[in-house]
Design a protein around this ligand. Structure first.
Ligand code: C5P
Length: 232
């Protein structure tokens, strides 16, 4: 599994996104396109960024009945993205259907990962509102094991959980981790955070970095700093 930094392109429009990517002259960072941009601009934004030579993590977090997810994944697979995701809460049957839909006639497919518990969900809310009585870490591990049983490639989790996921599912099982902040940076609304350097020590495969790069005075330098701390 190649270590890489994925930039979360949380912009509202195509113009803003392409202007941002233009700043990286020559470099082709791995980018994450989420719901905000995809719902605003549609599949064409994915094709355009792909055509520019970027790898793309399409972060749409599918969660529906297996048949719907299978067909939706077939549509996403034709967009030629590199990574897509589902909610593990959709069950093993849904994740298996996602994998089937994603697999192209020639046998190739994008990486498929599952969201465990969102990092915005506290253990208290999970227990009181969702009536999941297990500790949060146990839920994350169980969801990761379900994802592995369904044949998925890995999970999205907090960098602080990457170690226990690797321990439970094996080091080949991929972890993709947002919640990254420079040691001397602002936390913003993220709570369970760590630095690119610490994420490397924990052993995660991909870090997803948004505002520490997109809101930096010099985004290209901030991206390079992430690479220096995490990859090199
Ligand atoms: O700006 P920031 O670095 O906080 O961006 C993190 C990105 O990762 C955002 O696009 C956010 O939606 C996403 N994400 C997250 N926590 C999760 C899943 C996804 O922060 N559990």
């Amino acid at each position: 599994m190649g270590k890489d930094v994925i930039i979360a392109c949380d912009f509202a429009s195509k113009e803003e996104t392409l202007a941002f990517l233009d700043r990286f002259s020559g470099k082709k960072p791995f980018v994450k396109i989420g719901m905000e941009l995809f719902y605003a601009e549609g599949p064409d934004i994915v094709r355009q960024i792909k055509q520019r030579g970027h790898k793309i993590f399409l972060d749409l977090k599918l969660h529906d009945i297996p048949n719907t997810v299978r067909k939706a994944m077939a549509s996403l697979s034709r967009l030629d993205v590199d990574m897509v995701n589902v909610h593990a809460a959709g069950t093993i049957a849904m994740m298996q259907a996602a994998l089937e839909g994603l697999t192209r006639p020639d046998g190739t497919r994008p990486l498929l990962i599952a969201v465990t518990q969102l990092t915005s969900t506290s253990e208290e809310r999970m227990q009181k509102e969702l009536l999941i009585s297990a500790p949060l870490n146990e839920t994350v591990i169980q969801y990761a094991k379900n994802a592995k049983a369904a044949g998925l490639d890995g999970v999205v989790c907090s960098p602080l959980e990457a170690g226990i996921v690797k321990f439970a599912c094996g080091k080949e099982f991929c972890t993709v981790t947002p919640g990254i902040r420079f040691a001397d940076g602002e936390a913003g609304d993220q709570v369970r955070i760590t630095s690119p350097q610490k994420a490397k020590e924990i052993g995660t495969d991909y870090i997803v970095v948004g505002r520490p790069i997109t809101a930096a005075a010099d985004p290209v330098a901030a991206y390079q700093r992430c690479l220096d701390e995490f990859v090199d």
